[in-house]
Design a protein around this ligand. Structure first.
Ligand code: NDP
Length: 468
């Protein structure tokens, strides 16, 4: 593994100006990647223009591809000379990206070292990476890989070994488009610039940590991807564990990629399912038909493209421990689900109760809570203060503030790191494997039926027995 570039979240110069999209006709490319490219080009952070090369099995002509890019850029109102130039110079080549000769043809069409974006089904990505081993990549090329990275710890390690032979680790971007630069900096700024928080940030004062991503959206025609993943892999393994790492890690020495990623890796290495019992520490459920915001949703099992026999969960919950001096005994609850009535995307730090309540004060029920919402990023601190009428009565108040929203959505911020060759926001090989190491025993317990698949009506808060 090479020594990582001394890059920081501030970003350096743009060093990559060609984006090669493998899987250009796919859903991710059209719905997420190309719009984010448009937003980045239209921002002061992005390259002025890009050479955009699309590749896929579809026998598209240039006009079809340029039309796709134009629509994607228009969907985010991206305009300007860089946008026009990128569209006008972009090319499309029909190719089987698992074939080395086709890959060579694609690389020959690139200007300078490209960022190669694998917008492909995971199994095709693995084959394309293997085929790239037979082709020489221009020095400085970057690889951009989507979630899920592998299907378990062993397959992630195999893929790491293959791509590690292609380019140095700091040129590999396993993208986590959930945590953009602003969210990461907001968390770091909050934790490490307030003397008030860090001394309390441990098992001595914190009772529990909840990291929740509940969304009202159902499957949204994404069965092809989601039915093979489920909530545990789609959200908890891929994203929420990264959030946990930022909450649990020790202070990094700097914002440089190596310092930050080392501290995140330390936290994840110490993380395991609560009490080593994956069946007791996890729950899973699937939504049935219901109504959300006056929208009728069919049950997940009835959605087009879903194979009900796979028993894919749409709501997952996992209790983890971070087995360090700082965190021993503090449960970290990670939960994510779809088709839930109450969209809730937040980190909740619940502090321990005060050691003794003063006799005579009344009405104190709740502990101090710090709530950090993700998208839009907001901060709320729930405190107890004396009520307005009865000076002995304690009331609940909330101090709140908005975080800086950042100039770009998370996906654009992550892409910015790719073009600046800054791996700070990318998931490092060891961390990607650790995340699988943490969830693999849970997936195994679910496969053996040790954890029942429960049900909840779409639009509800989850299975009735889960409400706490
Ligand atoms: P799709 O199935 O929609 O698209 C995959 C693309 O790859 C298609 O254009 C397909 O072309 C092309 N392709 C498949 N095999 C080859 C081949 N041998 N040579 C060239 N092209 C090929 O998948 P998604 O876009 O949904 O997902 C892509 C990746 O992104 C996956 O890893 C997924 O996990 C990840 N992801 C997707 C998200 C989403 O919202 N879609 C969100 C987050 C991650 P054809 O159709 O002609 O076969």
């Amino acid at each position: 593994m090479s020594v990582e570039a001394a890059s920081t979240l501030k970003g350096g110069a743009v060093v990559i100006e060609t984006l090669l999209v493998l899987g250009a006709s796919g859903d991710l490319a059209g719905r997420l990647l190309l719009p984010a490219v448009g937003q980045l080009l239209d921002s002061p952070e992005g390259p002025e223009a890009l050479t955009l090369v699309g590749a896929g099995m579809e026998a598209w002509d240039e006009d079809t591809w340029r039309d796709r890019i134009t629509k994607a850029f228009a969907s985010v109102n991206a305009t300007g000379p860089g946008i026009d130039k990128t569209i006008a110079t972009s090319i499309y080549l029909t190719a089987d990206v698992t074939n080395a000769a086709d890959l060579k043809r694609l690389l020959d069409a690139c200007q300078g070292p490209p960022a190669i974006y694998f917008a492909l089904p995971p199994a095709v990505t693995a084959k394309a990476c293997a085929a790239l081993g037979q082709v020489s990549l221009p020095p400085g090329s970057a690889l951009v890989l989507e979630k899920p990275f592998g299907v378990d710890q062993a397959s992630a390690a195999d893929l790491d070994a293959i791509i590690g032979r292609l380019v140095p680790e700091d040129q590999i971007h396993r993208v986590d488009h959930f945590l953009g630069k602003s969210t990461v900096l907001n968390l770091l700024g909050l934790r490490f610039t307030n003397r008030l928080l860090e001394p309390l940030w441990s098992a001595d004062h914190i009772d529990r940590v909840d990291i929740v991503f509940d969304e009202p959206l159902g499957l949204e025609n994404r069965a092809r991807y989601y039915d093979g993943a489920g909530a545990l892999v789609d959200m908890i393994q891929s994203h929420l564990l990264q959030v946990l790492a930022l909450i649990a890690m020790d202070p990094p020495a700097s914002l440089q990629a190596r310092d930050l990623r080392d501290r995140k890796a330390d936290a994840l290495r110490a993380c395991r399912v609560w009490a080593g019992d994956p069946a007791a520490a996890s729950r899973r459920a699937r939504y049935t038909a219901g109504t959300i915001d006056s929208r009728e949703l069919p049950g997940y099992a009835e959605e087009a493209g879903v194979d009900p026999a796979r028993e894919t969960e749409t709501l997952a919950e996992l209790i983890l421990e971070v087995d360090t001096w700082r965190w021993a005994g503090v449960p970290f609850r990670l939960r994510s689900g779809k088709a839930l009535g109450n969209g809730r995307k937040e980190i909740v730090i619940t502090f321990k109760p005060v050691p003794r309540l003063l006799p005579g004060l009344t009405g104190i029920a709740e502990p101090t809570r710090l709530r950090i919402s993700m998208g839009p990023d907001r901060l709320a601190l729930d405190l107890n203060i004396n009520g307005p009428d009865d000076p002995f009565g304690i009331d609940r108040v909330t101090l709140d503030a908005d975080f800086n929203p950042g100039r770009l959505p998370a996906y654009g911020e992550v892409l910015e790191g790719v073009f600046r060759s800054d791996p700070t926001l990318s998931v490092r090989a060891d961390t990607a494997e650790e995340c699988w190491r943490i969830v693999d025993p849970v997936l195994q317990a679910w496969r053996t039926g040790a954890v029942p698949l429960e049900e909840y009506p779409a639009g509800s808060a989850g299975p009735a027995t889960w409400i706490d």
